[in-house]
Design a protein around this ligand. Structure first.
Ligand code: ATP
Ligand code: MG
Length: 450
């Protein structure tokens, strides 16, 4: 019999429920991950006990319970501050609002609970005493690398269309082939995503973008991506009419994403997905008939903002995405001075994000570039300059100067906007390397300015 170890706390919850005469299993993602040889994020538990029975059993042992999801049968049990979701066997009613099941019905048998789950690999339960419950062949699918809906794919996506994007996310994370009928249903029913809440879609979409196999999924299911983000559709097969670019805009974007380093976060990846969203609106031709998209970053910024607003991203996330789209066409600094100015303009964090985006953008050109190509040399040089400047702890704003407003007022600068003006002039002089960021030097320089 297949066996794997559960964390002590999860095993304790199963033991307590069983000792009170209930059935209990770990279920869903954790079973899948354990069989995959990955360590699960969290261990969910499914049980025949009803919510109040779960609470009674746990509280008798002095364990704290949080009953936030109780209408859906979920009690969160805290063991050493770690939360475990314990959910009564249940089936879901319709998702008429695309958000929550209208009703949930508690069940007595685990099979029904497994049948409500989305994909075969997520529909397995396990208990060290009784072993693996796998009524839909999830383990075989897992080993074959196949993602398959539980039951009839169309019916399951009609119940809850979010499963379409969840399926893409799992395929992107684990590098799975989506089984033919499931795949067909994803394409055919993508319009149902219009009624799913944007917050739920964003959770899955951002997970998808971070998957190691995201690009092949985005390519194969581009129609789904365009259903969720129609503003990207004009990129599809949009010819750039310029030999500098090997690919159309959409293919270029996918190649750029392919180059994203593993540690790049979801927000920056999203900016990369949207970075050329303005391009199809900006094509012009020069006298030789070559295409250009001058200003596409400016045109793209408000479009990217709209997309972020649609997904209700936080203000900070929206600003990051819009900023990176707006400034991704920067000219690569090639001197100490221009690098200092670049860092001053964007700040160290944004400057590094912009470089990360730009490196991917370059990879997305699609041409094999030897290490000594002018572009690669420019990047290598700029990266050294950036590291030098960041390590030298240069000045990024007037607050980093060795003098402040009070010093200037003592020199006779009248309180008011003039103080700021002089400080900015001093800042510029420091950034340009004309003055040291040293109190005496700055005061001398301020005196000259005055
Ligand atoms: P992750 O490791 O990313 O959390 P997961 O499989 O645990 O993956 P969750 O969103 O945490 O995914 O959901 C837990 C389980 O609940 C899933 O494995 C699946 O069995 C079930 N589930 C979640 N969302 C749905 C849904 N929309 N439709 C059907 N079943 C779902
Ligand atoms: Mg989970």
């Amino acid at each position: 019999m297949l066996r794997f170890e559960l964390p002590h706390a999860a095993q304790r919850i199963l033991d307590l429920l069983e000792a009170s005469g209930f059935e209990a299993y770990v279920v869903g993602g954790c079973v899948r991950d354990a069989l995959f040889g990955r360590s699960p994020n969290d261990w969910d538990i499914t049980t025949s006990a009803k919510p109040h029975e779960i609470q009674t059993v746990m509280q008798a042992e002095g364990l704290a319970c949080i009953d936030t999801g109780i209408a859906h049968g979920t009690v969160t049990v805290l063991i050493d501050h770690e939360p475990f979701e314990v959910t009564t066997y249940r089936s879901d009613g319709d998702y008429t609002d695309g958000r929550h099941p209208d009703t949930v019905v508690f069940l007595d048998r685990v099979d029904g609970d497994l049948a409500r789950r989305d994909f075969t690999m997520n529909a397995m339960a396990y208990n060290p005493r009784s072993g693996l419950l796998d009524p839909f062949g999830g383990q075989a699918d897992l080993h074959a690398g196949v993602l398959r809906a539980v039951g009839d794919a169309r019916t399951r996506f009609e119940e809850d269309a979010l499963r379409i994007v969840r399926g893409m996310r799992f395929a992107a994370r684990f590098g799975l082939e989506i089984e033919a009928q499931t795949s067909r249903a994803i394409h055919e029913l993508r319009h149902l995503l219009d009624r799913v809440s944007v917050e739920r879609i964003w959770v899955e979409l951002s997970g998808l973008l971070c998957g190691a196999h995201a690009v092949s999924v985005l390519r194969e299911y581009a129609d789904v991506v365009f259903q969720i983000i129609p503003q990207l559709e004009p990129e599809f097969e949009f010819d750039q009419h310029n030999n500098f670019h090997k690919f159309d805009v959409w293919e270029h974007t996918l190649h750029a994403l392919e180059a994203a380093p593993a540690g790049m976060d979801a927000t920056v990846r999203f900016a990369l997905l949207l970075h050329d969203i303005g391009k199809p609106h900006c094509l012009t031709f020069d006298e030789k008939g070559r295409g250009h998209a001058y200003g596409h970053e400016k045109v793209g910024e408000p479009i990217a903002k709209d997309v972020c607003r649609k997904f209700k991203l936080s203000r900070a996330e929206r600003e990051t995405v819009a900023y990176l789209v707006r400034w991704h066409m920067f000219s690569i600094p090639d001197t100490k001075k221009s690098m200092r100015r670049f860092l001053l303009k964007h700040g160290p964090e944004r400057a590094q994000q912009l470089f990360a985006i730009r490196r991917c953008d370059k990879a997305g050109l699609g041409w094999e570039q030897p290490p000594d190509s002018p572009l690669n040399i420019a990047f290598a040089k700029a990266e050294i300059l950036m590291d030098e400047q960041l390590n030298a702890q240069p000045v990024f704003g007037v607050r980093d100067l060795a003098v402040g407003g009070c010093d200037l007022m003592e020199l006779g600068v009248p309180q008011g906007p003039q103080v700021g003006q002089v400080l900015n002039e001093l800042l510029q002089a420091v950034v340009d390397g004309d003055v040291e960021n040293d109190r005496d030097a700055l005061i001398a320089s301020a005196k000259k300015l005055l």
